[in-house]
Design a protein around this ligand. Sequence first.
Ligand code: PRP
Length: 175
Amino acid sequence: MSERVRTLIKEEEVERRICEMAREISAYYQGKELHLVSVLKGGVFFTCELAKRLSVPVSMDFMSVSSYGGGTKSSGVVKVIKDLDEAIEGKHVLLVEDIVDSGRTLSYLLGNLKSRKPESLRLCTLLDKPERRVVDVQVDYTGFEIPDEFVVGYGLDYDQRYRNLPYIGIVKPDR
Ligand code: PRP
């Protein structure tokens, strides 16, 4: 089956918003060092664009989780595929994601990271689909709240494709 992609948020709009978020985050962490934890794979594009625009000293690490490993989405079981390389104890950690959907992955990740005793822990997401929330998650920085549509681009995939689109699109079946 083929599909087409309709633009939801233009490249310039995404960039402008990331610049605003970077200014807000830099102001909040002024005088501190910030440790970005990016969630593979989708979170990587946004993490890099955000990191380039932060004015505080930044270090980065990556984690990979399989949402609902082995089970159905409703099981909410998240499995760690690749853990962080470094300890986060005593660090100011900002978890960076491309999207918060049901909230299950982020709820798990926040709990997991919190147990490692960071000095502080906040969550930043480029996109948020509040309509889809099943588990309550405190999001500290949101780029855009979006409707419940299947979105791609800026790290988000459809069957592993379209992650590299420099804008946010909605996938529709081509008929
Ligand atoms: C996406 C996204 C979050 C998760 C959010 O990852 O990056 O990690 O889903 O969904 P939730 O709020 O319903 O838990 P995905 O599982 O698509 O993996 P990917 O980033 O490797 O594509």
